[in-house]
Design a protein around this ligand. Structure first.
Ligand code: NDP
Length: 451
């Protein structure tokens, strides 16, 4: 980056930091995007004159509210609820809800900001939003989860709607939580509409939505591999997390001939050198989704595997890394370790799992690196397909949805190649995703005037 661009970037970031104090993840997400966009905006002065970058970094609306509920002991509990309505230039706000004790305004603003560009990349008409609560579903009974989600929706319902803002799941929000929230919304509004996605298949959900983020992440990796004449066959893959995204990334990578050797949760990772095949994955799905147990229990069932407490899977030698747990789970040292062990492809299922230092390592070593906003866009894309099916009041088959998802991931990859190919032929997917996502939103904002 030239001196003049660096100066502009520094000035821009100084204002963002002053205006949004303490929101470190939000600063990190904006910086990564601004680094790609400032030189591009310089070449396209209509965006500069209309301060599009400054405007997309400012949420259209932020909603924060109290969520009181009674636990099973009859004690009063208070959580905080949020919805960030970031940008509606190309469609209704769309993005998940996260229930995790670490949730705060800065984390949700980073996620909402990323979501705007990601949703634009999907080719579907969706604006960007994100929300959630510092509620921790871990260790709570089904009854407590229901009480909390009903209280949460009792405030959120007045801000959302099928043509206004359509939330979905994220960390800590799966089928159970979406069900309770949908029920409460329907009761309060007396309306059966597609106001949430990730619904059950019998009440407005889409086939392939549970699989979509993990499948899409692997489809995106497959496209990146093709640019170098490679594929998944025989490749060792490390996956982090063991939730929704990790499970289906493991399934698709295995189907394509890869060997997934790790999974993790916040307590550590398991390494199974023989690979997590379909039968073992079925065990994991039951363990995590039904029994709500810990990943370490895998080793009781499969003694060939080992549990590494308090560690992350990036120390295991692999060809392809599929981070699928949470933000900043790969730091600069982890990235160096991955690359020096021979990893040549990182496709992100999680949002912003790599720190800026890690991204620097990938780009310097010119490995295939698919950032989350491109590689994990299959989840929200299939949510968009769920919205379409709800509007049409019909259901597409599994094959139809999967084919559409696959087509969208190929289109996102193509868009990244268009905007990210550098003079030596290297595809900088960070640049490609940031610019590719930005253009459509920016042009819509220009067309709609100063709103
Ligand atoms: P789940 O709640 O189903 O699973 C999350 C997994 O990540 C769990 O294994 C969890 O372990 C682990 N994890 C969560 N927080 C931490 C942490 N602070 N440190 C270490 N491990 C952690 O969530 P999803 O699979 O839905 O989401 C995973 C990632 O994918 C997130 O970054 C999310 O934003 C992103 N994503 C999800 C989409 C979706 O469709 N669901 C769409 C696009 C992106 P533990 O049980 O111990 O907490």
């Amino acid at each position: 980056m030239s001196y003049a661009y660096q100066q502009q970037l520094d000035e821009f970031m100084a204002k963002i930091i002053a205006k949004n104090p303490g929101e470190t993840e939000f600063h990190q997400a904006v910086l990564e995007v601004a680094e790609s966009l400032i030189p591009f905006i310089e070449e396209n002065p209509q965006y500069k004159a209309n301060k599009i970058l400054e405007r997309i970094a400012e949420p259209e609306r932020v909603i924060m509210f109290r969520v009181p509920w009674l636990d099973d002991k009859g004690d009063v509990q208070i959580n905080r609820g949020f919805r960030i309505e970031m940008n509606s230039a190309i469609g209704p706000y769309k993005g998940g809800l996260r229930f995790h004790p670490t949730v705060n305004l800065g984390i949700l603003k980073f996620l909402a900001f990323e979501q705007v560009l990601k949703n634009s990349l999907t080719t579907l008409p969706m604006g960007g939003g994100k929300g959630g609560s510092d509620f921790d579903p871990k260790g709570k009974s089904d009854n407590e989860v229901m009480k909390f989600t009903q209280s949460f929706m009792s405030e959120l319902f007045r801000h959302i709607g099928p043509n206004t803002d359509v939330p979905a799941g994220d960390i800590g929000v799966g089928g159970r939580e979406i069900g309770f929230m949908f029920g409460q919304y329907k009761r309060l509004k007396n309306e059966f509409t597609g106001v949430l996605t990730g619904k059950g298949i019998d009440w407005g959900g889409s086939l392939i939505r549970p699989e979509a983020t993990g499948y899409g992440q692997v489809y995106f990796a497959e496209e990146m591999l093709k640019t170098r004449g490679l594929d998944f066959k025989g490749k060792i893959c490390t996956v982090s997390g063991s939730g929704n995204v990790a499970q289906y990334a493991t399934q698709k990578a295995t189907e394509l001939g890869g060997k997934v050797v790790t999974l993790s949760d916040s307590e550590g990772y398991i390494h199974d050198p023989k690979g997590i095949d379909a039968e073992k994955l079925a065990y994991v799905m039951n363990l995590k989704n039904v029994k709500r147990g810990r990943i370490s229990e895998y080793c009781d069932k499969y003694p060939e595997a080992q549990f590494f407490s308090g560690k992350r899977p990036w120390e295991v030698k692999c060809d392809i890394a599929l981070p699928s747990a949470t933000q900043n789970e790969i730091n600069g040292e982890d990235a160096k370790m991955l690359v020096s062990n021979g990893c040549f492809c990182v496709s992100e299922g999680a949002n912003m799992p790599s720190t800026p230092e890690a991204i620097e390592v990938y780009l310097e070593k010119k490995i295939l690196y698919g950032p989350g906003k491109a590689a994990n866009a299959g989840g929200v894309a299939t949510s968009g397909l769920e919205m379409t099916q709800n509007s049409m009041r019909l259901n597409w088959s599994r094959e139809e949805v999967d084919a559409k998802l696959h087509g969208i991931m190929i289109a996102i990859h193509k868009n990244c190649v268009k905007y990210g190919t550098e003079s030596d032929g290297f595809i900088n997917y960070v640049k490609g995703a940031n610019i590719g996502g930005f253009v459509k939103v920016a042009d819509a904002m220009l067309a709609q005037g100063l709103v």
